[in-house]
Design a protein around this ligand. Structure first.
Ligand code: NAP
Length: 349
């Protein structure tokens, strides 16, 4: 581990989709970056980032740290000014027991915060939470949209929703209990469904939605919708949260335009249909989805969201951070193109 220069940012879970884009954003803005990986043997998971840092003439190194043990965290934060805590389990299906994901999410967050508070250098932690820490298990507001004042109802949450809500709550409790607030700032970013170009040929849980439309493994379209948001805009939100003097002590919801899956499918069909992709554009009735969900773990995960439009306000991030979100259709087209470029989806002629 080389000694970090001032302004160095620790990004946890460097091998992940969102974290990879955060690292790229930071390198492009001149920050030196240190990434954590849980398995240093799997160097191929971050090789694209090393290559990118070399291209940009940026400084990037990696250290090993896992969310489920204390080992490595003091060394990871040592000398860093900022920490973006992005790592958290984001599995494609419902886990066998909720502890598999709730424990690493909550305890990992506390490990990162404890190490940061104990260090002489860390000034601010930006935690990646989720819009699911705001609206899960809650009825949609009669009028208006969910905001940062809302919290999900734990008793109605799925294991993933619970992991995100409890991890963010634990972070704020830790922060409010700090004896000396001048030692450490906390900001949380709450993205909605994050899509966007892949940096390497592995599909994370959220981009699998686009993959399944393009490869037609979903022959009809569930009655779902998302405030989908571009990963590059989420990376920018993390940087702004790290830099903004106004951000400490705040949560920021970051969602884009609410788009039904049927409209997502139509955008993809228009873009990739001529190239031989047979994107489904028929609605999947609920009963058929319920039946299919018995055999398809990802559909099982989605059942709870059927017919529930997501109404979120990102106005606070826009007003206070100067954040902007690019159009959803552009993100969808570029996600699809990236899945093609990485040979994850293929035309069926
Ligand atoms: P991802 O690609 O699956 O990345 C998750 C990262 O967390 C990976 O680097 C993974 O390491 C690491 N990780 C998981 N369990 C770990 C453990 N026990 N110890 C150490 N590292 C561990 O997921 P993502 O979509 O980028 O999500 C990143 C963050 O954004 C998460 O906090 C997620 O909840 C949040 N978020 C995502 C979305 C979305 O739509 N994608 C929306 C809202 C919020 P390995 O590579 O070793 O598995």
């Amino acid at each position: 581990m080389s000694s970090p220069q001032p302004g160095t940012v620790l990004v946890t879970g460097a091998s992940g989709f969102v974290a990879g884009h955060c690292i790229e954003e930071l390198l492009r803005h001149g920050y030196a970056v240190r990434g954590t990986v849980r398995d240093p043997e799997r160097a191929e998971k971050v090789a694209h980032l090393t290559a990118q840092a070399a291209d940009l003439g940026g400084r990037l190194d990696f250290v090993a740290a896992r969310l489920d043990t204390d080992e490595g965290w003091a060394e990871a934060v040592d000398g860093c000014t900022f920490v973006l805590h992005v790592a958290s389990p984001n599995p494609p299906s419902v886990p066998r027991t909720e502890d598999e994901i709730v424990q690493p999410a909550v305890e990992g967050t506390l490990r990162v915060l404890r190490a940061s508070a104990a260090s002489d250098t860390v000034q601010r932690v930006v935690l990646t939470s989720s819009s699911l820490a705001v609206n899960a298990g809650r009825a949609e507001p009669e009028a208006g949209r969910h905001t940062e004042d809302d919290w999900s109802l734990i008793e109605n949450c799925s294991p993933y929703e619970k992991s995100k809500t409890l991890a963010e709550r634990a972070a704020w409790n830790f922060y409010h209990d700090l004896p000396d607030k001048s030692r450490l700032d906390l900001v949380t970013i709450l993205p909605a469904l994050v899509l966007g170009p892949l940096q390497r040929a592995e599909v994370n849980t959220s981009n699998a939605v686009v993959q399944r439309l393009l490869d037609r493994s979903m022959p009809a379209v569930p009655d779902l919708g998302f405030s989908l948001v571009d990963v590059r805009d989420i990376a920018t939100a993390h940087r702004l949260a790290m830099e903004s003097p106004q951000a400490p002590g705040n949560r920021y919801l970051c969602g884009g335009t609410y788009t039904s899956m049927l409209d997502m499918a139509r955008v993809l069909a228009a873009e990739f249909g001529p190239a031989g992709f047979r994107v489904p554009t028929r609605r999947l009735p609920y009963w058929a989805m319920w039946l299919a969900a018995r055999f398809d773990p990802a559909l099982r995960l989605a059942l709870g969201y059927v017919g529930r439009p997501e109404r979120l306000s990102s106005q606070k991030a826009i007003d206070e951070l100067g954040w902007t979100a690019r159009p959803a259709a552009r993100t969808l087209r570029e996600t699809g193109q990236s899945l093609r470029d990485h040979h994850i989806v293929h035309a069926r002629r």
